[in-house]
Design a protein around this ligand. Structure first.
Ligand SMILES: [Fe+2]
Ligand SMILES: [Fe+2]
Length: 343
């Protein structure tokens, strides 16, 4: 049907303006089986529930999606206001599907600026984590994993030397891959075997997301050059496929390698901090996204950001060595509780 026929469609508009209210979010970090840190953030927010416009006709197709401008002619007052909102953002079909973004107001009265994460995804990192822990390679597989990571470090050291901002940004493009691959493969396994994953799918996807937020932060600090973008493209193509195959063949080896990669990440960020301390890298103001994601003070600096990212890496190290240890004991991941929300 080429044209939208109003006679065949019934338009329902529901507008639900909720009153402003205050929510308190609690973020807890589990460290060594105990709640290490609790933080709360009160966020005044309100959201406009979307206008739902439903068409009873089952023949509705994309060509029948009405132009919101034409709909405005048939609505008035508050309804008009709702339909105007998506137009402001350039999204013209969200009012049709009822998919409207929540409008969140921060404590300082400004609008929550991020679409990539919400206030309840933010957390205060556990900086008390032991950064010096190291898994001593014992088995043959451990030694292979350890040597592999040490070998990978050689070209990285040659290419980046002490340009730690650039180095961190580039390495985060790799670091966010293993969690996603592991989560994906465990997801498929859960479907294939009709069984729960023990929370490990979510835990690994959380890790991937956390790593990606490291990247989103570092890219605010260092702008990648064209040849660095090209390098990321090549490295991602190789690393994703190599890690995918490795995880299919030996998840315990895959997690062990990531555990050692995280140990190297801690080392790199420690060197980064040294250069910030001695002034060879300027200690600029923290990017706004980092302040909101890690709930840092408004006057936070790059040094604070690197410190919290390093703490995240230490958590990833523990999770991946733990995952490998479980499998080295001949057990499946689902047999041990997954460390959800462990940053
Ligand atoms: Fe990272
Ligand atoms: Fe990491």
């Amino acid at each position: 049907m080429k044209s939208f026929k109003l006679g065949r469609a019934l338009v329902h508009g529901f507008i639900n303006y909720s009153h402003p209210k205050t929510l308190t979010f609690h973020n807890g970090h589990l460290s060594n089986g105990h709640i290490a840190q609790n933080s709360s953030a009160s966020i005044d927010y309100f959201f406009f529930k979307s206008t739902f416009i439903r068409f009873l006709s089952t023949e509705a197709s994309q060509s029948e999606i009405p132009n919101p401008n034409s709909l405005k002619k048939s609505v008035s007052g508050a309804e008009k206001q709702e339909i105007d909102r998506p137009k402001e953002t350039g999204v013209v079909v969200s009012s049709y599907w009822g998919v409207m973004n929540q409008k969140i107001i921060k404590k300082d009265g400004t609008l929550w600026p991020w679409n990539c994460f919400k206030p309840w995804d933010a957390y205060t990192p556990d900086l008390s984590i032991d950064l010096s822990k190291h898994h001593v390679p014992k088995s043959f597989a451990d030694k292979v994993a350890f040597r592999t990571v040490k070998l990978l470090r050689i070209p990285t050291d040659i290419f980046f030397q002490r340009r730690y901002g650039c180095r961190a940004m580039m390495l985060e493009t790799v670091a966010a891959v293993p969690g996603m691959v592991g989560g994906l493969l465990l997801h498929l396994k859960s479907l294939r075997k009709f069984e729960h994953s023990g929370g490990w799918i979510k835990a690994l996807l959380e890790e991937a997301e956390n790593e990606r937020m490291h990247l989103m932060t570092m890219v605010e600090v260092v702008k990648p050059k064209w040849y660095e973008r090209l390098l990321v493209l090549i490295v991602q193509g190789i690393f994703f496929n190599a890690y995918f195959i490795l995880y299919v063949l030996s998840p315990k080896l895959a997690h062990r390698i990531v555990g050692y990669l995280e140990e190297e990440a801690i080392h790199s960020y420690t060197e980064f901090l040294k250069d910030l301390d001695n002034g060879s890298i300027p200690n600029m103001a923290a990017p706004a996204i980092a302040i909101d994601y890690w709930m840092l003070p408004e006057n936070a600096t790059l040094k604070d950001v690197v410190t919290v990212i390093r703490a995240d890496e230490a958590h990833h190290r523990d999770v991946n060595h733990f995952a490998s240890d479980i499998q080295f004991q001949g057990k499946e991941l689902k047999e041990a509780p997954a460390p959800l929300g462990y940053h």
